[in-house]
Design a protein around this ligand. Structure first.
Ligand SMILES: Cc1ncc(COP(=O)(O)O)c(C=O)c1O
Length: 461
């Protein structure tokens, strides 16, 4: 393995001298040389110079087919011309940042609510998924008067202080650990972690903690946990247990929202949460996130109930910024208008990619298994994550992907990343998501890069 890493690092360094210089400069003034650990891969990240469509070009002039697409926010690729056109007139008016309520937020809120096909919903915007998750938890606690929370092991809801447990897998204890210092121990004690898609575990957990729980928060399509869909049976059970125990059911759709259809994934499942979280692509490339919930719960933002103070959900200085809202509105309207073509195109090309990746590795005698495949409910999935099983397993839960005894995690996270960068493809967690800007020829080029990577892996095995 070390020989493989040495080879890959050497090749990467030859191609990226300017990025190395920038990284050294960054490291002098910034912690670890940047602002987000996922972007700070070893030995150092490339620095982008420009980005358009499927591609990013770095400061050394290297071109990468990009499957990270701005943390999965750019479903239409980088820098769509029509979004630029939607926001340009506004910036030309000079009202760059007014700190006043925007007009377009109303239209964006209308679009989101109408896509969900549910009456009695209210929206409030903020600027990140982390904040949206935090506010949703506060609303649930305010509404129920309880302060325990339930989440899924492997689930990531941003760095919300309430939810930083059971995110990172620990070989000894699984998804039970605290993921951040600097928080009151009470937060950890009151955050309960259950198992992905495990109905029996969920029922038992509700039996034990149900009357204390303010909310159960989950991703119907788990993102960093492994690009896996919840089963319908699991979501149904979640809904009925939440009802039985008076718990607020929160669907974190920050990745899944508008990524499988022009609405939340909840629309395809036909299961309605009490609160939904949207982010990433609903801003059309700008900083927008939304909390969408039943009026009765959202009203907690404005009035005191049962003698309790209101929930201080103020979206922040830049919340519902008119420029961001216009970008988001242009994006959502485009997806609604083109729903029939976009999602089936993404689904078909991603299917070809997932199957092709598995094939090119197998040709070199290496088993690679993709997650991200759709299920009986979701036909068109644009996500793919490439895993290297240590023994024969079906990837069903985050433990399968993140337990180093089940999967070669370093091979996926580090070696695959560098090997593909050298071949002009940028991935995170061994894959990512397609954008509508990726052409069938881009998929062919990507498969060739994976095939070359498979040959390199075989050479160093
Ligand atoms: C499912 C999910 N929820 C919440 C977040 C946090 O969003 P943000 O990074 O905008 O704070 C993320 C970010 O990746 C996410 O994937």
């Amino acid at each position: 393995m070390n020989k493989l890493f040495n080879y890959l690092e050497k090749e990467y360094k030859v191609r990226t001298p300017r990025s190395l210089e920038l990284f050294k400069r960054a490291s002098r003034v910034m912690i670890r040389g940047g602002s987000h650990s996922l972007r700070l891969w070893k030995p150092y990240p490339f620095f982008p110079y420009s980005a358009r469509g499927a591609e990013v070009i770095d400061v050394d002039g290297n071109r990468y087919l990009d499957y990270w697409q701005g943390h999965y926010a750019n479903i239409l690729g980088h820098n769509p011309e029509f979004i630029r056109q939607a926001i340009e007139p506004y910036f030309n008016q000079g009202a760059f940042h007014t700190g006043l309520e925007s007009l377009s937020q109303v239209e964006l809120a209308e679009e989101i609510v109408s896509s969900l096909g549910q009456s009695g919903l209210k929206v409030r915007f903020t600027t990140s998924g982390t904040l949206a998750a935090t506010y949703a938890v506060m609303l649930a606690m305010g509404h129920t008067g309880r302060d325990y929370l339930l989440k899924i092991g492997g689930g990531w809801h941003g760095a919300s202080p309430f939810l930083l447990k059971g995110v990172k897998y620990h070989p000894d204890s699984g998804f039970k650990n605290h993921d951040s210092a600097g928080l009151p121990s009470d937060f950890h004690r009151k955050l309960i972690v259950t198992k992905f898609n495990d109905c029996e575990h969920l029922s038992k957990t509700f039996k034990k903690y149900g009357p204390k729980l303010a909310a159960f928060i989950l991703e119907p399509f788990i993102g960093v946990g492994g690009f896996l869909f919840c089963s319908k049976e699991y979501l149904r059970l979640a809904r009925s247990l939440a009802d039985r125990y008076g718990v607020v059911l929160i669907f974190d759709e920050i990745i899944s929202g508008f990524h499988f259809c022009a609405s939340g994934l909840q629309r395809l499942y036909g299961i309605k949460p009490d609160i939904s979280l949207f982010g990433k692509l609903i801003g059309g490339g700008q900083a927008v996130a939304a909390v969408v919930g039943r009026s009765k719960i959202m009203e907690g933002c404005e009035k005191t109930t049962k003698g309790r103070a209101r929930v201080h959900f103020e979206g922040g200085t830049f919340s519902s910024h008119e420029g961001y809202m216009r970008a988001g509105l242009a994006m959502i309207r485009y997806l609604v208008e083109n729903e029939g073509q976009i999602f089936s195109y993404l689904g078909q090309q991603a299917e070809r990619l997932r199957k092709g990746i598995e094939r090119v590795f197998l040709e070199q005698g290496i088993e690679a298994v993709c997650t991200g495949y759709g299920n009986e409910i979701v036909q068109d999935s644009s996500f793919f994550m490439v895993n290297f099983p240590r023994k024969k397993i079906t990837y069903n839960c985050p433990e399968d992907l993140w337990n180093p005894n089940r999967s070669e995690v370093r091979l996926r996270e580090e070696a695959l990343k560098l090997a593909l960068l050298i071949k002009g493809v940028h991935v995170v967690h061994g894959g990512g998501c397609l954008s509508a800007a990726h052409t069938p020829e881009d998929i062919d080029r990507t498969l060739e890069a994976y095939a070359e990577t498979a040959r390199i892996f075989r050479r160093f095995r």
